[in-house]
Design a protein around this ligand. Structure first.
Ligand SMILES: *[C@@H]1O[C@H](CO)[C@@H](O)[C@H](O)[C@H]1NC(C)=O
Ligand SMILES: *[C@@H]1O[C@H](CO)[C@@H](O)[C@H](O)[C@H]1NC(C)=O
Ligand SMILES: *[C@@H]1O[C@H](CO)[C@@H](O)[C@H](O)[C@H]1NC(C)=O
Length: 353
């Protein structure tokens, strides 16, 4: 054999080996899988990504990713030991949604159980229901094997005592006696003030770190979309309060034929507009993910110009974006992205509109 023929032979032998080493081919233009989550919750994105890489499903990834934040108590606004309510207790809200089957599992006002999104997943797996609340949700969790634990920590106790010492300011009451802007409860309805409209949403002034939520969208390599949320709500909330996070279409939404979205911010306002559902519906009609997020922010702006909130959006081909509403002390929103073209979770920042 001549020298050049030998080389050709060697190359012919090597070729199948080289092909084996190349990554699997993806359809042109896709950037899947994708993990995207609210705020700079880096380890949540990493955990979700690693779950996918280990062969887990999109739902597994959302559950483990958001669960990571519950363990880390991300920003004090997810998991135990944060956002004590007006009686000093920490309660949790979470939801998880399967964009293939449109099944949702959710818990709200969950007490004494740390892994709220784990319980939400069990609602899908072991019940025919969608949303369980309060003490009954805790009993369900215990029956599913979740330990019952006190969610109070030194930190949450200190937040609560400081608030008591400052005449329970701020709080979420209006039109009551004694005057809620000056004193603690118990409050009673003030018949004189009833419906006088002496208070409106544009007067809300809320520190952003009182309202962080992890919202996450995961799109697998074959286009399955899952989304979820987990939060401990707002500091000093009235007992029994449920906001957007555990409500499908409000806190998060996933439809593998259209896209996924998740919201964070002042959920009491945002939940009235079903922003996650609306963003997914925009993307269904071909609207770019960033535009879809912006359009839902603009719609809420019409009613609450200074609301605090942000939305993340991803379409079925793995393009993504986010938008936030400019409010006092809130001009930029941070979110995390993990995709094949990144070798680690990457923090993105968007200017609020
Ligand atoms: C309660 O507030 C007063 C001032 O209003 C302050 O002097 C005191 O240190 C506070 N106590 C606690 C426990 O925060
Ligand atoms: C809300 O309250 C502010 C301050 O009292 C007032 O200036 C504004 O006009 C009110 N907005 C609406 C929609 O009632
Ligand atoms: C997703 O968004 C990107 C960017 O706007 C767009 O190019 C792509 O066509 C969209 N995918 C679908 C399925 O609409």
């Amino acid at each position: 054999m001549g020298r050049s023929t030998r080389w050709v032979c060697r190359f012919a032998l090597l070729l199948p080996l080289l092909l084996l080493l190349l990554p699997p081919q993806r359809a042109a233009g896709t950037q899947l899988p994708l993990v995207i989550n609210t705020w700079a919750f880096r380890r949540a994105a990493e955990t979700a990504w690693n779950t996918l890489q280990a062969g887990g499903s999109e739902l597994d990834a959302v559950e483990k990713g958001c669960g990571q934040c519950e363990i880390e108590q991300c920003d004090g606004s997810v998991g135990y030991g944060g956002s004590p309510d007006e009686h000093g207790e920490t309660t949790l809200d979470a939801m998880i949604m399967d964009g293939n089957t449109m099944q949702v599992g959710a818990v709200a006002d969950l007490r004494r159980i740390k892994n709220a999104i784990g319980v939400a997943r069990k609602v899908i797996q072991h019940t025919k229901h969608t949303l369980l609340v309060g003490e009954s949700a805790s009993l369900f969790a215990e029956s599913m094997g979740f330990p019952s634990e006190d969610l109070t920590t030194q930190t949450s106790l200190a937040i609560y005592l400081k608030w008591l010492n400052q005449s329970c300011q701020p709080n979420f009451w209006k039109n009551v006696i004694p005057d809620a802007s000056k004193s603690c409860g118990p409050y009673k309805r003030d018949k004189e003030l009833n419906n006088k409209g002496d208070w409106n949403d544009s007067q809300r002034r809320i520190n952003d770190h009182n309202h962080d939520t992890i919202g996450m969208i995961v799109i697998g390599e074959t286009g399955n979309i899952a989304a979820g949320t987990s939060t401990n709500g707002a500091k000093h909330k009235i007992q029994g309060r449920v906001w957007d996070s555990p409500v499908a279409g409000a806190g998060a939404y996933a439809d593998s034929t259209a896209g996924g979205a998740a919201a964070t911010g002042d959920g009491d306002i945002m939940m009235r507009f079903l922003p996650s559902y609306q963003a997914v519906e925009y993307m269904r009609t071909g609207v770019d993910p960033t535009m879809a997020c912006q359009k839902v922010i603009y719609r809420i702006q019409n009613y609450a110009p200074e609301f605090f909130g942000a939305v993340i959006c991803a379409n079925t081909t793995g393009s993504y974006g986010a938008a936030c509403n400019k409010a006092p002390g809130f001009t930029q929103f941070h979110f995390m992205v993990y995709a094949p073209f990144l070798n680690q979770p990457s923090e993105h920042i968007v200017d609020c509109i």
